[in-house]
Design a protein around this ligand. Structure first.
Ligand SMILES: [Zn+2]
Ligand SMILES: [Zn+2]
Length: 352
């Protein structure tokens, strides 16, 4: 490797968890990339629901933690052993990191790589002028020429998670799917249900902007969660229940309702983050027997990123309407407040 990695960006602006419920923008000295690492100059980043959980609810995330795991940028320098990428490549990084060689990675399950123990299997620090990717060789993908950063960014996390909610449930063409909550991940699940050919796609949502977006991305029906959700979904599925119920909120009530609306031998697919629940309960009445229950981390690895970028590149999936706002990194503290409080119909904020 060339030994010219020095002093490209000695100081960067970086968003950190300052304290419970608070983020701050600080100056940070980024080191040169070490073995297996890549230093990326950030083109575009964003805030995710799990950032809010880490700031507001998950006490184990200490003050000072660098925030941000969804980003697109240009490689400034790579460390020893990184050969598949070089300085100047425009890349999207996966929010879950992979070594490429452990037993799980060898099975193709890159998101459960055993070389990076949690939480170090997650990308941290992408809400910055520049960020470092560990396991760079298997945790990034080159973005096709001509693809806008705004398209590519979705491959890093929420598109992968949302689509995987359907994939892990074994979705088939013509099926009936209910998706509980149309936040950013739920909306990606709706887009995924459409892409994989579900015929009836029932979005459970009441916020008007999200209802509209759900319809735009493929929902054929919308059910208001304040009504009798279970009866309405049962009616829409002809009384037998849906083939797949996706939980994309992370609440007791919604996981319970997923079991109540899924047909016998159907699948409840959970991608919600239950940050406020130590346990979740599921009903043990007739709606529990002979159902399948799957959960999914964000599928990762270069092949996964390439697959998702391919779908985007084909023009069949466009998630860019989710970017409702654009803000500079210098405004990230207010961006967090806006995102946390769901102000102004915000879904995703493009931060550059
Ligand atoms: Zn995320
Ligand atoms: Zn691994």
């Amino acid at each position: 490797m060339p030994a010219d990695n020095n002093a490209r960006m000695p100081k960067v602006k970086l968003c950190i968890k300052e304290d419970k419920g608070k983020v701050a923008l600080t100056d940070f000295d980024l080191p040169d990339p070490g073995p297996g690492q890549a230093l990326i100059s950030t083109n575009l980043t964003t805030i995710c629901g799990s950032d809010i959980h880490m700031i507001d609810h998950i006490e184990e995330v200490p003050a000072g933690t660098p925030m941000g795991h969804e980003a697109v940028g240009v490689i400034e320098a790579v460390g020893e052993g990184v050969e598949r990428f070089k300085a100047g490549d425009r890349v999207v990084s996966a929010c879950v990191l992979s070594c490429g060689h452990c037993d799980r990675c060898s099975e193709g399950e890159f998101s459960v790589c055993s070389a990076f123990a949690a939480p170090m299997n997650l990308l941290f620090g992408a809400q910055a002028d520049a960020y470092m990717v560990n396991g760079a060789e298997y945790s990034m993908a080159r973005i096709p020429d001509g693809m806008d950063d705004r398209h590519a960014l979705f491959a890093s996390d929420i598109m992968s998670t949302g689509f995987a909610a359907l994939e892990r449930a074994g979705v088939e063409k013509g099926q009936t799917v209910a998706i509980f909550a149309q936040g950013p991940v739920g909306l990606c699940a709706t887009a995924g249900a459409k892409y994989y050919g579900a015929e009836t796609i029932i979005a459970v949502e009441s916020i008007p902007e999200r209802v509209e977006m759900a319809k735009q991305l493929g929902a054929t029906h919308v059910v208001d969660p304040k009504g009798d959700v279970v009866s309405e979904i049962q009616a829409l599925s002809g009384g037998s229940g849906v083939d797949i119920a996706v939980e994309a909120l992370g609440r007791q009530e919604t996981i319970e309702n997923c079991f109540r609306v899924v047909r016998m031998n159907g699948t409840v697919s959970s991608v919600g983050v239950y940050a406020e629940n130590e346990y979740i309960k599921v009903p043990t009445d007739g709606t529990f027997i002979h159902r399948k229950f799957v959960t999914t981390l964000c599928p990762a690895g270069t092949e996964r990123l390439d697959y998702l970028l391919g779908l985007i590149d084909s023009g069949k999936v466009d998630l860019t309407p989710l970017f409702t706002h654009t803000m500079p990194l210098s405004d990230i503290v207010s961006a967090y407040d806006m995102f946390r409080n769901h102000e102004d119909g915000v879904l995703k904020i493009a931060i550059s």
